[in-house]
Ligand binder design. Sequence first.
Ligand SMILES: [Mg+2]
Length: 164
Amino acid sequence: MNSIVKAHWDSKLPIYDISHLKLQKKGIKSLLIDVDGTLLSRQSNVIPLNVKKWIRESKKLFSLYLISNNPSDERIRKIAKELDIRYKSNALKPRKKITLDVISEMNEDIKNIAIIGDRIFTDVMVGNRCNIQTILVKRLSRKGLPLKLNLTLILEKLISIFLK
Ligand SMILES: [Mg+2]
């Protein structure tokens, strides 16, 4: 299916099942990571243990940055502090401005940067617009498990086909 908004890698996996080796093979050195739905449920303040472990491993291999559309700086700051990662809240994805600021702060060849997130119309779209790699992951439930049925994603995929 062709679409103007397209993830380079539609993983169909939760973030904690994304292979670090595969990311390295894609040449990725820096990762911009969405927060709500990607690292934890929007309805939760608890970062799942397997997510923490995945982040811990990722830090050894990649330069990380949290980039969230959540307007609550307090929420995103707490999560970023717990994971000890730089962050931006209220990032206004798919608008480019803040993402481009982060990209330039990463000081990395653009082809070695990827954004990872659970939404097409924010994470993937801003990644496409900023010419970085895009990885779509499954949204996490309140219990930290991948959602079986994600209506938002189904709708976004449908719309993106028609946007072509
Ligand atoms: Mg999200």
